[in-house]
Design a protein around this ligand. Structure first.
Ligand code: SAH
Ligand code: SF4
Ligand code: F3S
Length: 453
């Protein structure tokens, strides 16, 4: 008699959260729920939240307000709605959630969502009282999750979680806890499963992925370099990426993988944050600008086709015009082909939030505008240089227009192509014809004479 119960998950934040949402969906699938097309027809609404900057964290509370209205509308129709919050805001602000959104039925942090089946049971018995679980558990959630399913040609695979770096601006060590790595066997087995179910590209995830130190079958600790070489042996796995890396953990052994493993894509996200040594020190980053530039030189020597992307923070406490100039200088030296840049956002409980010389909002905005103009010019230049070239593109989504697919080049550029949907989740040679800052257009079939991707 009962119709199938439906869930809707809204995801904020980083790729790790996207991965977690995917796994939360699998838990709900295994309990017999189905995905809903919108919050309005969902019996469970989950917000998987991010706490990294103030805006991201605040957005959740306005979304929760809207979810309450939906809950009331549905109640008038005799339907129950469970509202849940998962992710980093829960870990950092569980008390705030209880005060500002007391109607939330459950809240569980990024390390405890494997307990969702029991949490939902409790919610059904609780009759309106919130269930909040923010423990840093002794067990690994990965031991309790249903098997990961491929999400198409390209899948994420979490191999490491948490961070011990304690950059002075950042909440991640507090929300995701200390660094832990999954075992080599567990990662290889999940990778094989994803490849067998259709993935040709794997993106290995971790907050500090290159400090991976999972154990092998003999209990010996192994590095990311070791893991990459093992993964490269998997038949049918054509592309490997890993993100996000910490510059000081970019070992020679790992850099050598960029020379030896053709599956490793020639694109690396290596956040520098600032180009000024004074600011890097205040941020508690364990690298100077010269260390960083030397690492990039080694990477380019290992694979001359490699290109970089980065994250930047402008307006960190104490940042002067000269410090900011140093950031612009590092952009010019490295010539990033993509980047994310942010105004420094004060986060409660972090050392930087208490530092003197906080930078005025107006100056932060000016610096951000200047930096983003410069970054865009390099991004556009790189994209324009691909016009006329033939590149292997992995098609991941249907485009906005019918008959169109959107895929990615080895450099993570989006490419729009008019091509049949049978090419979805496949890698196809495409000739690039147009470029903007954010995307490319290509044609298929690519002309054979210019072939060589
Ligand atoms: N090492 C991480 C970084 C996560 S946060 C990773 O694996 O992805 C992503 C980026 O957000 C950081 O690189 C940094 O540039 C930015 N960020 C973190 N805390 C911030 C803050 N308080 N204000 C502004 N930007 C911040
Ligand atoms: Fe945050 Fe720094 Fe750790 Fe990245 S390395 S997650 S920025 S503390
Ligand atoms: Fe945000 Fe947590 Fe990721 S704070 S960036 S969702 S690790």
């Amino acid at each position: 008699m009962n119709t199938t119960q439906k869930y809707y998950i809204k995801t904020f934040g980083c790729q790790m959260n996207v991965y977690d949402s995917h796994r939360i969906a699998h838990i709900l699938d295994s309990l017999g729920y189905e995905a809903a097309s919108s919050t309005r027809n969902a019996d469970i609404i989950i917000f998987n939240t991010c706490h990294i900057r103030e805006k991201a964290a605040e957005k959740v509370f306005s979304d929760l307000g809207r979810a309450l209205l939906i809950k009331k509308e549905r109640a008038a129709e005799g339907k129950d709605t469970i509202i849940g919050v998962t992710g980093c805001v829960v870990q950092a602000e569980d008390e705030q959630i209880a005060v500002r959104a007391p109607y939330v039925d459950f809240a569980t942090g990024p390390l405890t969502y494997h307990r969702l089946p029991e949490i939902l049971e409790k919610v059904k018995r609780a009759r309106g009282e919130s269930i909040i679980d923010t423990e840093f558990p002794a067990e690994s959630k990965f031991d309790f999750l249903p098997e990961n399913k491929s999400s198409g040609g390209c899948s994420f695979l979490a191999i490491q979680e948490g961070c011990n770096n304690f950059c002075t601006y950042c909440v991640v060590p507090y929300t995701r806890g200390v660094e832990t790595s999954r075992s080599v066997e567990e990662v290889i087995s999940e990778a094989r499963h994803l490849v067998n179910s259709g993935s040709v590209e794997l993106n290995l995830l971790g907050q500090n992925v290159n400090s991976y130190h999972g154990t092998d079958q003999n209990g010996q600790e192994r590095s990311l370099a070791y893991l990459l070489r093992k993964l490269a042996e998997i038949d049918g796995l054509k592309r490997i990426r890993y993100t996000t890396s910490y510059p000081a953990d970019m070992t020679d052994e790992l850099i050598a993988c960029h020379k030896d493993l053709p599956q490793l894509m020639p694109y690396l996200h290596l956040p520098v944050q600032s180009g000024s040594d004074k600011i890097l020190k205040a941020m508690n980053r364990r690298h100077s600008r010269d260390d960083y530039l030397r690492t990039i030189e080694k990477l380019y020597a290992a694979n001359p086709a490699l290109r970089m992307s980065s994250d930047f923070i402008v307006g960190f406490p104490g940042e002067t015009d000269e410090d900011f100039e140093q950031t612009l200088d590092i952009v010019k030296r490295v010539g990033y082909i993509q980047a994310f840049s942010f105004k420094y956002s004060k986060r409660p409980g972090t050392p930087a939030s208490l530092m003197p010389d906080q930078v005025e909002e107006k100056i932060k905005q000016q610096r951000l505008d200047i930096l983003q103009d410069l970054l865009s010019s390099y991004q556009l230049k790189f994209n324009e240089e691909t016009i006329g070239k033939t590149m292997p593109v992995l098609f991941e989504f249907k485009g906005r227009h019918s008959g169109q697919l959107v895929g990615r080049t080895p450099y993570m550029q989006n490419v729009h192509v008019n091509i049949g949907k049978e090419y979805l989740n496949r890698i196809v040679d495409i000739k690039i014809t147009e470029a903007t800052v954010n995307s490319l257009t290509g044609i298929y079939p690519a002309e054979t004479q210019s072939k060589k991707g």
